[in-house]
Ligand binder design. Sequence first.
Ligand code: GUN
Length: 297
Amino acid sequence: MVAQIIDGKLFSKKLRKQVSEHVNVLKTENNITPGLAVVLVGEDPASQVYVRSKGKQTIEVGMNSYEYKLSEDTTEADLLELINRLNVNNDVHGILVQLPLPGHINADVVINSIDPEKDVDGFHISNVGLLATGQKSMVPCTPLGCLLMLKNFHGSLTGMDAVIIGRSNIVGKPMAQLLLNESCTVTITHSRTKQLEEAVRCADIVVAAVGRAEMVKASWIKPGATLIDVGINRVKASDGSTRLVGDAEFSSCSEVAGAITPVPGGVGPMTIACLLANTLVACCRKYGLEDPDIIPN
Ligand code: GUN
């Protein structure tokens, strides 16, 4: 079997186009421009790349982008003060604090200081609780992107066996909630799971989000299963060059799976597109407008 490639790059482009059309309507009919504030503390090179990309794409869909780049030694109190200002700024509809934060700042305190209605990452404890109880919430961007790709590929996910590898607050746990809400039977596994391979081999849907380069092998995959690879790992080749690989070994897994997301070009581009979609949703909710219908096909 040769897996179908789930093209996240193409799908995210369609999603961004839909977001941009909704933004246009908001601007022309309601005189509202959605605004996204992104806060970066420190100089982490990967975070700098992500933040630049978020700012660029925010502007491309017609939203206002506000970037705050703070030095590594910024105090927690100063960061909280900035968030308080953004919370009450009517031009800002979404707030994202790029993680990881420097060690002297308590990320939980910072995340929970964001107005939950502007929490476009969906990390605030009230959004986590709303999602867990199946209520309307802001949904974390990476798992939302995975879900949109899965629903686009399969239609209904009802009754499917889903195995998630990874238990992070950013991906694994919210992914489990989303798939449960779609009536999947969900197993969360992680690096300490006994008989991990056997568990994964039972899955119709595998979401690999464990952060270990090419850990998932073809022999773990049930023939025909759908493999969503959330990993972005930079590995060094013997000639000193680097390349990006996922948490699954793409070349061999794509001979067994029925469908697979590539790295790069799979989940990655969907994450930022979902951030823009969440910002649009937050903006619509603020003005009592209906949630936009933004599921591309
Ligand atoms: N760092 C890595 N992924 C994310 C994400 O989805 N949101 C934020 N805020 N930081 C991240």
